[in-house]
Structures are given as C-alpha cells and as structure tokens.
Design a binder for this molecule. Structure first.
Ligand SMILES: NC(=O)C1=CN([C@@H]2O[C@H](COP(=O)(O)OP(=O)(O)OC[C@H]3O[C@@H](n4cnc5c(N)ncnc54)[C@H](O)[C@@H]3O)[C@@H](O)[C@H]2O)C=CC1
Ligand SMILES: O=C([O-])CC(=O)C(=O)O
Length: 311
C-alpha cells in the first residue's frame, strides 16, 4: 500500500512517522512545497528505521506530484496552523486555496485514491475537496472526530482515574472550539455508562475541556498540536489500508442523515478499504440534536465563505 502525505510540517511529518514506525503501509511519500523540508524529514525517519526495524519505504518530494502517482490514500495536511488566540475558522482565507490546488494535483496522478483531509477549518476543507476532486463521496474523509474523541477519552480517563484503554467515547459535529459535541451520554468505562461514575458537573467540565482541547495546546505550545493529530490521521489511514471497519467519527457528506444535507460534518462512520463505508445514524436526544443543528449552521456559514474567496 502506498500513502502520500501532503505537508511535511508538524502534523504531516508526524503522520508519516507513525505510518512508518508502525509499518502500517509499504511506502510513504512525503511532499511539501518548501524545498528540502520533506527530503530532510524523510531522511531523518529513514535513519530511525535502521533502529526501529521498520521496512516502510520513505520517499520525499518538493512539489513533484509524479512521485505520488497511484497512491492508495493521500493525507492532506498542507496549510497554515493557528496561533494562540485564533480560531481554526480564521485559517480559511489561506488554506482554501492551498487545499484546492493540492486536491487538483493529487487526483491527476491518483484518480482512484482516498483523501483524508486534515487542514483547517477541516469541515469546510472537506466540503471543498468534495466539490473539486471529482471522486466518489465515500473516498473523501475529513479527520477531526478521531482526534477529538481521543481527547475526550483522555479527559474522561483522567476524571475516572483509569486507563484510557478502558474508556470509549465519541465526539461528533464540527471540528471547532464551539461546534464539537462530546457525547457524554454514550461514553462508557468498559461498557458501563460513565454517568454511573462521574457527576453531571464533572462530565460538563470534561466536555468543555474536550471542546477547547486544540486551543489549550495551541496556547501552551505557541502553534497547534501534532502528536495526537498525527496519530489520529494514521489511525484513519490504518482502518482504510487494513480494512479494519473501525467506527471512527469523521467528517463526511450528509444526505439526510442527522437531519442535514449539503454539508460535511462529523458523524460516526465505518472506515474500511472503500473509504467511509457506512454512516451510523444513531438516535440523538433532543438536546444533542439541537447542538448538532447549531453546529451544522456554523459550518454551513463557513462553507458559504468559500464562494467569497477567489479560488
Ligand atoms: N483536522 C485536525 O484534527 C487537525 C488539523 N490541523 C491543521 O493541519 C494543518 C497543518 O498543521 P501543521 O502541520 O501544524 O502546520 P505546519 O506549518 O507545521 O505544516 C504545514 C506544512 O504545509 C506546507 N505547505 C503549505 N502550502 C503547501 C502546498 N501548497 N503544498 C504542499 N505543502 C504546503 C508548509 O510548507 C508546511 O511545511 C493546519 O491547517 C492545522 O490547523 C492540525 C491539527 C489537527
Ligand atoms: O487546534 C488546532 O488549530 C489544530 C487542531 O485542529 C487540533 O489540534 O484539534
């Protein structure tokens, strides 16, 4: 299996490293527009493989898309990250043009690929990719829910004082500080509802911390996070290339599911060799559905900004 990662910055290089370190794929192509960056990072990772024993081939490219030809999966991380105090939505002006041109070049060389969109604002970038790629809808997946759910599980396990391995939780809705919806009602400690262990007040705090998970890290680091984002992107790729059929909340086009249409938003989906294969249309309660509708409204407003940009 051949996977290309576009953008050799923090998230892209970490994604490539996890794919290589864990030997999830045979070949990883790392492409960046900045001369020397993908070459340097790929060489560094290659040297690491002599110590880790990974046999994954690492290929670097400064904007030469011919090297990405026939990729089974392409992860798009190119674009600018936010700085402390910014929202992800503020990145649209720069990142929309980058994502559009990258998608156009990728599909020329890999017309049957599966795209995993990471660049922010991710829900709108995924919507844009669907408009420009000309790929079947199942072959474009926005990565956000995998990461937000990992953060949710982390905060839940801290509150429960237990191993995150025993905790299950999902975040749906938009990948934004105010648009994501941690589903505390459905979260469990080894199948037992967390509501049995944690007070409503604690759960409210866990949900609030989850929602600003990215902003908290951006404030601490000075730029946005990359270890969990890279691992989350690699997990989505792994479910595709190993046909794992994992349920991973991901940003996909909705066609009536969750009461929404003409929008890409985070919902639980089964991910396998065909991309996102099925939307799990769970029954939300009225409070959750109201939050989902609000999230959709905010993301739709952001999608409408695309028309005002000179793309
Ligand atoms: N969806 C999610 O859950 C997450 C999304 N992100 C987003 O991912 C993006 C990347 O973040 P970082 O890696 O931290 O940024 P970064 O600045 O470290 O890396 C971005 C890379 O993209 C490259 N690039 C820019 N234009 C390009 C083009 N036209 N073609 C190829 N490469 C190009 C840059 O040279 C740079 O190396 C940001 O938009 C960030 O907000 C970050 C974390 C999680
Ligand atoms: O916070 C950001 O801007 C980057 C991101 O999407 C995340 O880490 O969740």
């Amino acid at each position: 299996m051949k996977v290309t990662v576009i953008g050799a910055g923090n998230v892209g290089a970490t994604t490539a490293d996890v794919l290589s370190y864990r030997q999830i794929v045979d070949e990883v192509v790392l492409l960046d527009i900045k001369e020397g960056l993908s070459e340097g990072k790929s060489l560094d990772m290659l040297q690491a493989t002599t110590l880790t024993g990974s046999l994954t081939r690492l290929i670097s490219s400064t904007n030469d898309y011919s090297l990405t030809a026939n990729s089974d999966v392409v992860v798009i991380t190119s674009g600018v990250p936010r700085k402390p105090g910014m929202t992800r939505e503020e990145l649209i002006g720069v990142n929309a043009g980058i994502v559009k041109s990258v998608v156009e070049q990728i599909v020329k060389y890999s017309p049957n690929t599966i795209l995993v969109i990471v660049s922010n604002p991710m829900d709108t970038m995924t919507y844009l990719a669907h408009k420009v790629a000309g790929l079947p809808p199942n072959r474009i997946i926005g990565m956000g829910g995998a990461l937000d759910s990992a953060r949710f599980v982390t905060y839940l396990s801290k509150a429960l004082n237990c191993s995150p391995a025993d905790v299950q939780g999902m975040v749906i809705g938009g990948h934004g500080d105010t648009t994501m919806i941690p589903l505390t009602r459905l979260a469990s400690y080894r199948g037992v509802p967390v509501t049995q262990f944690l007070s409503a007040e604690t759960l409210k705090q866990v949900a609030a911390d989850t929602m600003v998970g990215g902003a908290t890290l951006t404030k601490l680091i000075g730029t946005s996070a990359w270890y969990a984002p890279g691992a989350a992107s690699a997990a989505v790729v792994e479910s595709i290339v190993r046909d794992q059929k994992r349920i991973i909340p991901s940003c996909v086009p909705l066609n009536g599911e969750y009461g929404q249409k003409d929008i890409c938003l985070g919902v639980p989906v089964i991910i396998g060799k065909n991309g996102w294969e099925k939307i799990i249309d769970i029954q939300l309660n009225s409070e959750e559905q109201e939050l989902f509708n609000k999230s959709a409204e905010a993301v739709r407003n952001m999608n409408n900004v695309l028309a005002t940009l000179n793309l």
